[in-house]
Design a protein around this ligand. Sequence first.
Ligand code: 3PG
Length: 400
Amino acid sequence: IDELLADGVAGKRVFVRADLNVPLDGTTITDDGRIRAVLPTVKALAEAGARVVVASHLGRPKGAPDPAFSLAPAATRIGELLDTDVRFATDTVGDSAKATVAALTDGQVAVIENLRFNAGETAKDDAERGVFADQLAALADVYVGDGFGAVHRRHASVFDLPARLPHYAGYLIANEVGVLKKLTDDVRRPYAVVLGGAKVSDKLGVIDHLLEKADRILIGGGMAYTFLKAQGHEVGISLLQEDQIPAVLGYLKRAEEKGVEFVLPVDVLVSTEFPDLKTKAPAHPTTVAADAIPADQEGLDIGPETRKLYAAKLADAATVFWNGPMGVFEHPDYAEGTKAVAQALLDSSAFTVVGGGDSAAAVRILGFDENAFGHISTGGGASLEYLEGKTLPGLAALEN
Ligand code: 3PG
């Protein structure tokens, strides 16, 4: 983008593909981290006199307008944060978008409606995506890719559109890639990885890849129960992906052969019921050993001994990557595990990267100062796929 700014963008219509996929409670944004992350690019372009057209997806609407997924709250938030009047187009490539963009003056910013309201955005068919990319291209003179969280998607605005316009990487993408490179090339050791979240199946690729890179892998969250079951323990009614047990056993064996330490919970907080995340009514969990989960109980967070164990395993690390919460952190009775990992990262002198929508949001929602962490990635799937060594369509398109 510095190259673009040096060449001059005054009067040019610049399409910024952002990732404004923020968590919403109705129309209230509960974590605006992703919006803040793209502002340096939007601000620099606006200050240089560009007519900035910001676009993004939000959630997973079904290829048609759906008010529950409108980007209007995000547009308002950008306006508040930039302290400027941000225009909002109520469609993506229709009359509203065309008129809104045509009315922009130099230095003004507009947000167009959720790209996924058009089926062409996510279409598998190249031609269908191409039609939508052509329509988007007509709205702009230049493309800036800065939606790091979406670069793993082969979508029209991420992959096809940059091929149709002069294209540049924004500050956020450049920064994210610079940081993630430090986790793949010349890693400082010991390198510890903490993985949580609900499903093992989402993490298979990254575990496979990290077995070649990491010294220690700590497992928490819902996925831990599939590991415990694979080790022969009963897990009650905890989350379980029975079909992943063979893969998990394979990883445990490979880790042993390679001298990679796999660390699993030694105790967990359990309850017969999933907590009420709306009322946050007290859940009264009990703590049990990880190999003694009662048949009628569900594990919902790592326990106090595990918190201590994980803190100790992170204390002497030189590099830490963390993706995924340790429990149902949205409820105060099950937030301690995730808090303990966040605190351990803050206490260590390691280069720390928090990746993933959920763990990044957890850090902010639990009240930690996000600036105290080495880097909080805006990418969930994107950062994982980067670490898996995959070619990411949105990055490949910018490099071409
Ligand atoms: C994310 O939240 O990880 C990105 O915004 C991508 O969203 P998606 O998984 O719906 O494509």
